[in-house]
Design a protein around this ligand. Sequence first.
Ligand code: SAM
Ligand code: DTB
Ligand code: SF4
Length: 346
Amino acid sequence: MKDAREPPRHDWTLPEVEALFALPFMDLMFRAQRVHRAWHDPNAVQLATLLSIKTGACPEDCAYCPQSVRYETGLKREALLEVAAVRDAAGRARAAGATRFCMGAAWRAPKERDLEVVAAMIGEVRALGLESCATLGMLTPAQAARLREAGLDYYNHNLDTSAEFYGEIITTRTYQDRLDTLAAVRAAGISVCCGGIVGMGESVGDRARLLQTLANLPQHPESVPINRLVKVPGTPLEGVPDVDPFDFVRAIAVARVTMPRAQVRLSAGREAMSDELQALCLLAGANSIFYGERLLTTGNPDVERDRQLLARLKVSAARAPAAAAAGASAPAPACAGHDASRARAS
Ligand code: SAM
Ligand code: DTB
Ligand code: SF4
């Protein structure tokens, strides 16, 4: 099957990506499985744990987000956490079997003094043998370089949707701002985690344009989170109609086909999904999930439910890459088994 590998492409046309979305479901799933099996262990899933290190009161107006100061969502604000609290949370995530620890802050962009605190947090996460990831809003090239110096492995910054639909969702910063931050992260030598949200009222064409944009970046993101909108009361998108679950699975499959080496993450929205729908997402090529009872401010399946789901599917937790274990030796994940293929994206 490895012979079925074709070099990752960066010249996807919109009609090509739209044609993938238009395939009969079974044909798309077959194509995604072929690509997935050529590049990855089909029976291993990466476990990443999220922590909100600064919660709420964000000045941006992202219409999906419970943390924007503009919407009444009843969220309790929290200042930047202490480094020790982050170290403890990362230790618990590691003990539960996570290999990546992602820290999220409700900022438009980090202030310099806050960046130094985050740098210390990154050091603690890496000392535990976990891969470190942060999502802190927009970064300048100098800030990205500082985070890299602190040992940051991944930076998450989502394009969220197509350039065309973006203005319906966010007005306080532009698509180009986001692309600039992604370029700064890449230039600093940090791996890129970038994806989007399905279910905000966008068209299939918007989903195709988002994935086309991601796949045509000079280098594919190493991680591609595909979130299903979590409809939070008080946000402008609270009443948007549900996306057809099969259309969500299609988005995962098209991400897999267009970005073969990336870790495609079945991200927000799992709490409201059946086990069967999640299994379809894994079949479509997702090979990473957020693991732990909370995402940033909303719920996620509890660890026990996920352990049972993975056990029933005989899917194992991917082990931490050797590079992340430089600081300390990580314990065997709770449901370890196979070693996942860890090809870098290109
Ligand atoms: N403030 C930073 C930023 O926006 O870049 C980092 C945190 S922000 C919460 C990270 C990502 O979470 C967003 O880009 C969006 O894709 C996702 N997200 C936020 N709220 C969501 C929701 N209600 N449902 C699904 N995804 C959501
Ligand atoms: C991503 O794409 N999804 C995560 C992570 N990157 C930071 C965040 C999901 C947030 C869901 C809403 C919440 O919990 O606040
Ligand atoms: Fe702020 Fe990020 Fe939420 Fe947008 S997604 S409102 S930038 S926390």
